[in-house]
Design a protein around this ligand. Structure first.
Ligand code: PLP
Length: 275
């Protein structure tokens, strides 16, 4: 069961218009929620980010945040989803193709669930990455539909037989194709500051909270690809990947090339936040 515009319906009954501005311009915003044990994880944080993105791109949400929350909860219940994700997208609506904001169009909301288990194998074993130029625009803090650079980056990783890219702007590491990146050096956790160059990940915020709870020093400071290579540990954080160790970048081992002790501790603490 999907939610589209104003109602719950079967996917086969959804009639998408080619005039949807999401389709022409990527003129829309989205969120991906994790569902653990039938409940939306960090719902309030996702809703705040949705509201902020909507406001920054001057898109009026079709419903109040409370109503959207109710719809998503109902969606999870109708689909009997226990373990998976909810995708939520809101576009600026349907109008003949023209750049200016349409005066008549109503924003269009689409939401659906996917049953997907936690990626426990990569969480346990870790992944490899390559460095890749971050060619995105200067509002990476907004969760908008314009994901072509992320798509290109992810495909470059797969073409190079690794699972992820480490994006960098002239050597300064920003984040990954759909996750944030953290390194640990001498017991200190470093990650790019939450400014316009990265998405302010919900999982990133949870991990920083957990690290502080463990009395690990946290520095929200940018670091270079060189510093990444010299790190003791590295991992990515994200709704779907949780905390996944990065073992190798551009063929070079990070630390011992195995998931590190701090990463393991944070993983343990993270599991506690939803179980
Ligand atoms: N960075 C980018 C570019 C993303 O697309 C995502 C999530 O999809 C993240 C970071 C992680 O954010 P979150 O923890 O909210 O899933």
């Amino acid at each position: 069961m999907y939610f589209y515009k104003n109602e719950f319906m079967n996917k086969a009954d959804i009639q998408l218009s080619p005039d949807d501005r999401g389709y022409y311009f990527g003129d829309g915003i989205y969120e991906v929620f994790r569902v653990y044990q039938g409940k939306l994880y960090e719902q309030d944080a996702h809703m705040q980010r949705l509201q902020r993105t909507a406001s920054e791109v001057r898109l009026t949400l079709p419903f109040t945040i409370e109503k959207i929350g109710q719809i998503l909860t109902e969606l999870v219940a109708k689909n009997k989803l226990i373990d998976g994700t909810v995708y939520l997208q809101i576009t600026r609506g349907e109008a003949p193709r023209a750049h200016p904001f349409p005066t008549q169009a109503e924003p269009i909301m689409l939401a659906y669930c996917t049953e997907v288990p936690r990626p426990t194998a990569t969480i346990h074993n870790g992944i490899k990455a390559i460095t890749f130029a971050d060619i995105r625009w200067l509002r990476c803090d907004l969760k908008t539909l314009n994901l072509l650079p992320n798509v290109m980056a992810k495909q470059a990783a797969l073409d190079n037989n690794v699972q992820e890219v480490v994006l960098h702007r002239e050597g300064t590491v920003t984040e990954c194709s759909a996750s944030n990146l953290m390194i640990i050096k001498d017991g200190v956790l470093y990650t790019h500051p939450a400014n316009h160059l990265i998405l302010h990940g919900i999982t990133r915020a949870v991990v920083l909270r957990l690290a502080r709870g463990l009395e690990m020093p946290v520095k929200e400071e940018a670091f270079t690809t060189g510093q990444l290579m010299e790190a003791d540990e590295a991992f990515i954080s994200g709704t779907t990947v949780e905390i996944t160790p990065i073992l190798e970048v551009d063929g070079r081992k990070i630390g011992a090339g195995t998931p590190g002790a701090y990463t393991r501790k944070l993983q343990e603490e993270f599991v506690r936040t939803f179980s």
